[in-house]
Write a protein that binds this ligand. Structure first.
Ligand code: WT7
Length: 637
């Protein structure tokens, strides 16, 4: 079992050890797992190439580390507690033994469908236990899962299926979200019209929505499971074989397939889970994220289950049936650790105090946040009203690419400070650089956040595009991993994340490339070009502001066109990318070399109409005056 750091002194000691001799440090932690064959060398790396390998020639299966390793000691302990969308419906608990049985059976189903080690499988499912079972069954047979958040559109799903060349799609008939039903299978059908690699589809029956079943291609989960044996031996995998691909947005057009490999991800997700949340045996841990994002992968499924924890999985939304739903769940199951996003906290604050006031929530020991900076007001509300003034808040900074939490307090061990992610986890060596990549001297500095040494959970490549991997993360500053975030470090050495410094915006904790949204807007037949920026939004953190140049207005005039642009973006990417504000303009502020000066557009979106700095490189400065006038007029209306 992984040892838990227990004191601040212990943290300092571990941290120093992890820097002085990273290989010994990680190999000691890795030894607490079950390997079919131990590694020959701990680490080979080169951030210039770039190439990173951990636990070289180690052989293992991650599911043996979840199931075989725990079955005799924790077989009857709940592994997953599942709370349905509607609190009146039956919940489900799967013990480690029961989850193991389901995973082995579904692993056999996958083999029966002709899936082999190395094949890619797309999973597009609502938050039902079968989603976790699917991921683990893939890992059991050595197939690579690519989970796609079920809020993405058919078009986004198709792009991801095609990039991964998935052979199989695992999905459901529909999904419950609050009072709505999403027609999941219908979206899959639409996506598959533009996919050629998919041979079969397996559907979980959840909503009993009527679906189209294509003969020979589509199968019901329950039909296949009826005949499946629960006898399954795990495939032997190499530590550096791929475990999963997860697509995430970047500053250029298409989302990137982030690749994580088995050995390093296993060690890092489990180590960070146990230490950040200070999980103790018997605790009930609840992370409210969707498994479609990395948070769900690392901290609903892999991290907790590798540690033999009880992980609570929630199908629904925080406001159904009312805005006290999270707190009802906390009381119903006596949740000890609760992990959510600042945007959820802000939206619940806005809905009123009464929803926290009549709940006890006295089981809580640790609160966590992730995904975006947490403002002080939300931090205090969370601390006082949810945590009853007694629970440390772990503000966890990390990324899809880091595989696990990288900068964060360890609960109850590292003193917290509102809106600071505080200190790096052992094994993480942050460095703050200026625009040229020079390390900024001294403790209290502000600049770009890089990491100078590999940790086991770091991504290994971008799927099928190693050149893009190199360009995105390792070419801004030679020899360093660049996170894309700006950061400030204070006199105590504490890190405060300031947000993205690239063309990525963070909307409700969801990462979005501005170029991706622009491309979707530009698909509109009346749009000539567009520029998208983020602006401060009280609930979402950042909102999406789009400046759009239209050739001519359609019959509906301005309201008609903005509405149809929003619909178009929702259709092409999904509702999370829908612009909050659209300003129709005659032209965009461009430099003589044709680059859009986004700095100005960001200012205008913030409501700042005159502090533009040096605009002498603009081709035509009157463009700015026109845009300001439009924005001011619109703000008044
Ligand atoms: C970006 C990564 C990691 C899971 C969720 C998001 C921002 C993340 C924090 C935090 C301030 C944060 C960063 C980062 N971010 N956590 N605690 N404080 N900013 O994963 O979609 O890969 O996005 O989210 O900007 O780069 P992601």
């Amino acid at each position: 079992m992984i040892n838990k750091i227990a004191t601040l002194g212990g943290y300092i000691h571990e941290y120093q050890k992890s820097v002085a001799n990273p290989q010994d440090f990680w190999s000691q932690i890795a030894e607490s797992f079950y390997w079919r064959k131990k590694w020959d060398r701990v680490l080979e790396w080169d951030f210039k190439e770039p190439e990173i390998k951990w636990f070289i020639n180690g052989k293992l299966n991650i599911t043996e580390n979840i199931f075989e390793r725990h079955q005799f000691t924790r077989g009857d302990q709940p592994a997953i507690i599942w709370e349905p969308n509607n609190p009146k419906d039956d919940n489900r608990t799967l013990t480690y033994f029961e989850l193991f049985t389901e995973v082995k059976k579904f692993a056999n189903v996958l083999l029966g469908l002709g899936i082999k080690k190395g094949d890619r499988i797309a999973i597009y499912m609502p938050m039902v236990p079968e989603l976790a079972i699917s991921m683990l069954a893939c890992a059991r047979i050595g197939a690579i899962h690519s989970v796609v958040f079920a809020g993405f559109s058919a078009n986004s799903l198709a792009d991801r299926i095609n990039d991964a060349e998935a052979k199989l799609v695992l999905t459901s008939d529909g999904g419950f979200r609050g009072s709505k039903i999403t027609p999941i299978k219908e979206i899959v059908d639409e996506a598959l019209e533009s996919c050629t690699t998919v041979e079969s589809v397996v559907m979980v029956q959840r909503t009993h929505t009527k679906v189209n079943v294509k003969d020979g291609r589509d199968f019901w989960w329950h039909d296949l499971m009826n005949y499946a044996s629960d006898n399954n031996k795990a495939e032997e995998m190499d530590a550096e074989d791929m475990l999963f691909i997860l697509y995430t947005s970047g500053s250029t057009d298409k989302p990137k397939g982030i690749v994580h490999t088995i050995g390093g991800y296993m060690v890092y997700s489990a180590y960070s889970f146990k230490n950040v949340f200070q999980y103790s045996d018997g605790d009930i841990y609840f992370c409210s994220a969707d498994i479609g994002w990395i948070t769900g992968h690392s901290y609903i499924v892999y991290g907790p289950l590798l540690c033999g924890a009880t992980s609570l999985m929630f199908e629904g939304i925080p406001t159904y049936p009312d805005a006290g739903r999270y707190w009802d769940i906390v009381d119903k199951y006596k949740v000890n650790q609760f992990y959510t996003a600042p945007t959820a906290i802000r939206s619940l604050i806005a809905l009123g105090q009464e929803f926290v006031e009549n709940r006890k929530m006295d089981s809580l020991k640790v609160l966590g946040t992730v995904g975006e900076p947490i403002n002080e007001e939300a931090w205090h509300w969370y601390h006082d009203h949810v945590g009853g003034n007694k629970c440390p808040i772990v503000d966890t900074w990390w990324q899809t690419e880091t595989g696990g939490i990288a900068i964060s307090p360890l609960a109850g061990i590292i003193p917290t400070k509102p809106s600071f992610a505080t200190l790096p986890l052992p094994g993480i060596q942050p460095i703050i650089v200026d625009a040229e990549g020079k390390e900024l001297p001294g403790k209290s500095v502000e600049g770009n956040l890089c990491i100078k040494y590999p940790w086991p959970g770091i991504l290994r490549t971008v799927y099928k595009d190693h050149a893009r991997f190199k360009k995105t993360y390792f070419s801004s500053y030679e020899g360093l991993y660049f996170t894309g975030d700006g950061v400030k470090r204070d006199e105590d050495g504490y890190y405060r994340i300031l947000g993205r410094v690239d063309d990525v915006i963070n909307v409700s904790g969801h990462r979005m490339g501005t170029a991706e949204v622009e491309n979707a807007i530009n698909e509109h037949p009346l749009v000539n070009e567009s520029a998208v920026v983020g602006y401060p939004h009280p609930i979402k953190g950042q909102g999406i502001y789009a400046y759009v140049v239209c050739g001519e207005l359609s019959a509906g005039g301005e309201p008609g066109i903005t509405d149809s642009i929003k619909k178009g973006v929702t259709k092409i990417i999904g509702p999370i990318a829908k612009p909050d504000k659209i300003l129709l303009v005659d032209s965009l502020p461009k430099t003589r070399s044709g680059k859009i000066m986004r700095r100005i557009l960001r200012k205008i979106a913030e409501g700042d109409y005159d502090n533009f700095g040096d605009i002498s490189t603009l081709l035509d400065t009157s463009v700015v005056e026109q845009i300001v006038e439009r924005a001011q007029n619109k703000a008044q209306n």
